[in-house]
Design a protein around this ligand. Structure first.
Ligand code: SF4
Length: 390
C-alpha cells in the first residue's frame, strides 16, 4: 500500500508575461498585470490547503522544504515589490531550510539591480534565465522581447550577486543554422553559467507559430539538422565541463537542479497556482489551467482542481522508468525494486532487449542507462514503457 510522505519540494506557478512568445502554449496571461493583486490573494488562500494535514508534526505552521521553484510564465515580471509580496505569502506556510535551493525563473529584461537585491532579500539562491539565444536574429525569429546584451547584462548582475545561474537555450528556431547554434553555445559557455537547459523548438497546437506553419509562413528545420544541433549542444557543453545529466539538462559539477531531481526521483512535491501539478508519490493533482478560473475558484473557497491522475502500482512504476531513463544515471535495478516493489525487467524486458540490440541502451547488470543515441531518440521509446502492448 502506498503511504504518502510529506513533500520536501514545492513549485509555484506565476502566470504573468509581458507578451506571449509565438511558440508558447504555457499557462499564462500576457499584458494582464491588473490581475496580479488577485493572483497574490489567491496564492495566499491556496496555501491554506497546507493547514489541512500536510504539515508534519503539527509543531510548526510551515512545511519544511529542500527545494522551492517559482516558474511560469515569468515570475520576474512581478518586479521587486511583487516578488517580495509573493515570498512573504509563501513564507507564512513554507519553510525552505538553510541549505535549500530556491529558484526563480527570470526574463533577462527584468533583471535590474533592484530585482537582484529583492531576490537576495527573498532568499533566492538560483536564477533560471529565459535567454533562449545570444543571437539577435534567432531571438527575433523566436519572437522574444529581449536582446543578446540583455542576457549578458542579466547573467553578469546575477553572478556578481552570488546567484547560481541557469540559462535556457532553444535550438531549431525557424531559419536557424547549425553555425548559429554553435555560436550560441560558445556564447552561453562564455557567460560562465553553471547550468544550461537546451530545448528544441516544438510546434504546439493553438500557438501563433503553429498557425503560421500551417499557412506556410514558417517552416520547421529539417529533422537531420535538428538532431545535429542537439548533438552539437552535447559535444560543446561536455567539452566545456558540463555534465549531461538529463536529456535536456547540463550542469557544472555540483550544479544540478535539485528541484528537478526531486521530480525525476518521483519524490512527492507540493504545487500552487494555475495549472500547477502536485504529486503525493502516487497521485498527480493538477490545478485548473485557466488563470482566471483558478483564481475565481480559490477565492470563492471552491475546488480549483482540474485533473486528478491516480496511478496504479504498475503505472507509477512505469512512470518512474521513463523519468529515470531520461537521466544519464539511468535506473538502478535494486533501488527501483525497493521503491516500487516491482522488477524493471518484468516491466520492460522485451523493449530493453531491442534497445540493447540497437545500441540505444547500456546494461551492466545493475544499472540500465540509455546511450547517447538512445537519449537522442528517447521520445520514441516511451510508448514501449508506458503502454507495452500498444
Ligand atoms: S516568456 Fe516564457 S512563459 Fe512567457 S510567453 Fe515567452 S516562452 Fe512563454
Amino acid at each position: 500500500m502506498h503511504l504518502p510522505t510529506p513533500p520536501r519540494s514545492a513549485y509555484v506557478h506565476v502566470p504573468f508575461c509581458r507578451h506571449r512568445c509565438g511558440y508558447c502554449d504555457f499557462t499564462l496571461v500576457a499584458g494582464r498585470d491588473d490581475l496580479i493583486d488577485r493572483y497574490l490573494l489567491a496564492i495566499g488562500r491556496e496555501l491554506e490547503r497546507l493547514d489541512r494535514g500536510i504539515v508534519p508534526n503539527g509543531d510548526s505552521a510551515r512545511l519544511p522544504l529542500d527545494t522551492l521553484y517559482l516558474g511560469g510564465g515569468t515570475p520576474s515580471h512581478l518586479g521587486p515589490a511583487g516578488l517580495t509580496r509573493l515570498f512573504d505569502l509563501l513564507g507564512s506556510r513554507l519553510l525552505p531550510g538553510a541549505e535549500a535551493e530556491v529558484s526563480v525563473e527570470a526574463n533577462p529584461l527584468d533583471v535590474t539591480r533592484e530585482l537582484v537585491a529583492a531576490l537576495r532579500g527573498c532568499g533566492v539562491t538560483r536564477v533560471s534565465l529565459g535567454g533562449q539565444s545570444l543571437d539577435a536574429t534567432t531571438l527575433a525569429a523566436l519572437d522574444r522581447d529581449h536582446s543578446p546584451d540583455d542576457v549578458r547584462r542579466a547573467a553578469d548582475r546575477l553572478h556578481a550577486a552570488g546567484f547560481a545561474v541557469s540559462l535556457d537555450l532553444m535550438t531549431a528556431a525557424p531559419s536557424q543554422s547549425l553555425a548559429a547554434v554553435e555560436a550560441d553555445l560558445d556564447a552561453a559557455i562564455a557567460l560562465g553559467v553553471q547550468h544550461v537547459s537546451v530545448y528544441c523548438l516544438t510546434w504546439e497546437k493553438g500557438t501563433a507559430f503553429e498557425s503560421q506553419r500551417t499557412k506556410g509562413i514558417l517552416r520547421p528545420v529539417d529533422e537531420p539538422l535538428e538532431r545535429a544541433m542537439f548533438e552539437t549542444a552535447i559535444d560543446r557543453l561536455e567539452a566545456a565541463g558540463f555534465e549531461h545529466y538529463e536529456v535536456s539538462n547540463f550542469a557544472k559539477p555540483g550544479a544540478r537542479c535539485r528541484h528537478n531531481e526531486a521530480y525525476w526521483d518521483c519524490r512527492p512535491w507540493e504545487a500552487f497556482g494555475p495549472g500547477a501539478a502536485r504529486f503525493d508519490g502516487r497521485t498527480r493533482t493538477t490545478n485548473h489551467r485557466s488563470t482566471t478560473t483558478w483564481m475565481n475558484k480559490v477565492l470563492a473557497g471552491g475546488d480549483s482542481t482540474g485533473d486528478v491522475d491516480a496511478m496504479s502500482d504498475d503505472e507509477a512504476a512505469r512512470e518512474r522508468l521513463v523519468v529515470g531513463l531520461r537521466r544519464r544515471d539511468g535506473i538502478d535495478r535494486e533501488a527501483f525494486r525497493l521503491a516500487t516493489g516491482l522488477d524493471a525487467d518484468g516491466l520492460i524486458g522485451p523493449a530493453l532487449e531491442r534497445w540493447l540490440a540497437g545500441g540505444l541502451a547500456h546494461d551492466d547488470g545493475r544499472r540500465i542507462r540509455l546511450t547517447r543515441e538512445g537519449l537522442l531518440v528517447s521520445d520514441s521509446l516511451w510508448t514501449a514503457v508506458l503502454r507495452p502492448s500498444g
